[in-house]
Design a protein around this ligand. Structure first.
Ligand SMILES: Nc1ncnc2c1ncn2[C@@H]1O[C@H](COP(=O)(O)OP(=O)(O)OP(=O)(O)O)[C@@H](O)[C@H]1O
Length: 281
């Protein structure tokens, strides 16, 4: 039995998303292992972002189920929740293809805003916040500590008081991941985290993602076009093409899969044997 089927944090079954006549995702099923780095890959327009948008509640899928399994306790049916509940209750966090930080707020403020849910719960409808006492003060201290922890992990402590929008691009990408981690997710979804990074920053990203998997014991699910990143860090790769799942396996199995190579090259079936012998992903 393969590990991601043994203990999935996310079980997606028969996911379908139609936009009018266009079938963006067509009956796709897969598991995301609880402690794995799982990559979702495929050519442009394959449906990757649409899958993310369904999982994180930005779209309601036309059909299918998405079960977020907690280590203990009940599973959450994500297709029945809105994006806020998916983040706050089911503990699914996400970053975006285009960075969405609060550019005018400081680096630290971005991490505090991410923890707003916990703080507003602790403030008992803000009375505690006004008095600056009790649960709110404790929760705020814990929030600052968690923010500081993640600033250290991503190497941005010295820039805590600078506006997030002033950071270089690679630092903003890492800050986004830190912000997502401040919501204490079970499943961290990253949409093209390596896009726009240079080789050194990309290596740093790989190390950060490894360390999150090792130390936080959570699942990382990423969309990525950079095959060197995907092949280097993934435990499990899922491949989409024209909205359908065409392959699902280890990096080695995917690298050797003829249908995957064909999808990337756009090669017709009859030319496939030649193309496969010439190209390896
Ligand atoms: N809100 C929408 N309305 C209509 N069509 C959409 C919508 N969102 C996505 N699509 C279509 O669904 C298909 C899949 O798009 P999607 O963005 O999920 O692909 P992708 O694999 O993420 O592509 P890329 O790698 O280019 O980001 C495309 O044909 C796209 O035009």
């Amino acid at each position: 039995m393969i590990s991601w089927h043994e203990d999935p944090v996310l079980k997606v079954e028969h996911l379908t998303m139609r936009f009018g006549g266009l079938v963006a995702i067509d009956d796709v099923s897969f598991d995301v292992g609880r402690h794995d780095i799982t990559a979702l890959i495929g050519p442009n327009g394959a449906g990757k972002t649409t899958v993310f948008n369904c999982i994180t509640g930005f779209y309601k899928p036309t059909e299918g189920t998405m079960e977020l399994r907690q280590p203990e306790g009940p599973a959450f049916r994500l297709e029945r929740l809105d994006d806020h509940q998916i983040n706050a209750s089911a503990r699914v966090a996400r970053t975006f293809q285009n960075i969405r930080l609060f550019a005018g707020m400081t680096v630290l403020e971005n991490l505090m805003v991410a923890q707003h849910n916990g703080l507003s719960r602790a403030s008992a409808l803000t009375v505690g916040a006004i008095l600056g006492l009790g649960n709110f003060a404790r929760a705020e201290k814990a929030a600052v500590e968690l923010a500081r922890h993640w600033l250290e992990r991503v190497g941005l402590v010295s820039r805590a008081d600078e506006p997030a929008g002033d950071l270089p691009y690679g630092d903003q990408r890492r800050l986004e991941i830190a912000r997502a981690m401040c919501t204490r997710p079970l499943l961290l979804c990253l949409d093209e985290p390596a896009a726009g990074l240079n080789a050194r920053e990309s290596d740093g990203l790989n190390e950060l993602l490894y360390s999150i998997r090792e130390q936080e014991k959570i699942a990382i699910f990423l969309i990525e076009h950079d095959m060197s990143v995907v092949m280097a860090i993934s435990d499990h790769i899922i491949v989409l093409d024209y909205g359908k799942k065409i392959a699902d396996g280890t990096p080695k199995a995917i690298r050797d899969d003829a249908s995957v190579i064909a999808a990337y090259l756009g090669v017709p079936d009859e030319e496939l044997p030649d193309a496969v012998s010439e190209v390896r992903l």
